[in-house]
Ligand binder design. Structure first.
Ligand SMILES: [Zn+2]
Length: 389
């Protein structure tokens, strides 16, 4: 209420000045007096907390040639912020219908109206508004962003893909990344039906739009694996490491299986050693330690593990170290204690979330390609640090 008054008082004052300056022309003056009355009436209604009557009165007073358009936008945005969507809609609709509004203001009104409809969950109407602005210099990028947001909510991936050409023209990384994920969604459906060629084609499209989409390579590796094309799957896993090192720990096990199928486990360990040297992440360390154990024995493996943990302690690494100690239980009489420690760590890690969204900080034990909180794509990655990788 108070904010509205602050917003509208300058409008009334500006109008008063405007009135005084043009007092020579009698006809104009009578119109302006009429407008002045409407503003005063509007303010009176606001003071007596009759917002709807106030809006009607102020909308009637709206004139294109005065400075009140900005005030109307501000008033409507304030209503939207306060959750009073019906009032925001009324003001924006009035501005859209206004015949003499300059193009810039008209486009802003259409855009704001689209946002109102989106906030109200009226997707089809919001879509209509944003579609009107796709050729606008000022609003095309923002409108495409909202349109893709709508198609993401309605899971209408094809609708988004239909705008592919225009989005490529805009060459905006975020939009291309989103659209690549629309292709990945379609590829996931084709994957579930085991349509090999369709999956590969869709994922190739995704990678064309966003060469950094590790999701596309992840799904491609899966379908190659299912079709016993392990060499290609291994290449996809290597590409994932190049694309996103933070996500990579999640594919280490699968990658090892593929190399095993090819009878090329040594090659895998060579690669994973490189990963460990470059990232020091726990999953790579644990994968590599089994190789050290096999090649150089348990003692050397434990020494390696201990020095690695001293350099960079993680709970996951410590859990594996306890497991290694237990395998040597004959030499130690404390197998029961170690078992208890291992169980404790295991329980502790179970209640900890494995993933965190790099965009909004949302934590989850399950992996999602689209963050349930901020809806950004491919932002949920394993935790890094003492309790993570
Ligand atoms: Zn998020």
């Amino acid at each position: 209420m108070i904010e509205l008054l602050f917003l509208l008082l300058p409008v009334a004052m500006a109008y008063g000045w405007f009135m005084g300056r043009n007092s020579i022309k009698q006809k104009d003056q009578s119109i302006k007096q009429d407008l002045s009355i409407k503003y005063s009436t509007g303010l009176n209604y606001l003071l007596s907390n009759q917002k709807d009557k106030a809006i009607d009165s102020l909308l009637e007073a709206l004139k294109v040639e005065d400075d009140s358009v900005e005030a109307h936008f501000a008033m409507a945005n304030l209503f939207r912020k306060r959750g009073e969507l019906d009032r925001a809609l009324k003001v924006h609709e009035h501005l859209v219908r206004h015949g003499n509004l300059p193009t810039k203001d008209k486009q802003q009104a259409v855009f704001e109206l689209g946002k109102d409809f989106l906030s109200a969950g009226l997707y089809d109407r919001a879509e209509k508004m944003f579609s009107k602005l796709l050729k606008s210099d000022d609003y095309s990028l923002k409108s495409f962003t909202y349109l893709l947001q709508i198609f993401q909510s309605t899971k209408d991936w094809q609708q988004g893909i239909n705008y592919r050409k225009s989005i490529i023209k805009l060459n905006d990384k975020r939009l291309l990344h989103t659209l690549a994920n629309f292709y990945c969604e379609q590829a996931t459906t084709a994957f579930e039906q085991d349509h090999f060629i369709e999956v590969i084609e869709l994922l190739e499209q995704a990678l064309k739009l966003d060469p950094n989409s590790c999701r596309a390579n992840w799904l491609m590796a899966k379908i190659y694996e299912n079709h016993k094309q392990c060499e290609l799957a291994c290449q996809c896993y290597q590409d994932i490491y190049q694309q996103d090192r933070e996500f990579f720990p999640d594919v280490i096990d699968k990658m090892q299986q593929c190399y095993l199928e090819l009878g090329a486990e040594d090659e895998f360990f060579k690669f994973i050693k490189k990963v460990y040297d470059e990232t020091a992440n726990s999953s790579a360390l644990i994968a590599y330690i089994s190789y050290v154990e096999k090649k150089h024995g348990n003692k050397k493996a434990k020494e390696f593990m201990l020095s690695a943990l001293k350099r960079r302690p993680t709970i996951m690494g410590f859990q594996h170290f306890v497991k290694m100690q237990m395998s040597n239980a004959d030499e130690l009489d404390n197998n029961t204690s170690l078992d208890l420690i291992k169980e404790l760590i295991s329980e502790y890690l179970k209640v900890k979330h494995r993933y965190s969204c790099r965009s909004c900080g949302f934590n989850s034990s399950t992996h999602y390609w689209s963050c349930p909180s901020c809806h950004e794509w491919e932002q949920l990655k394993p935790f890094i640090g003492l309790e993570g990788e």
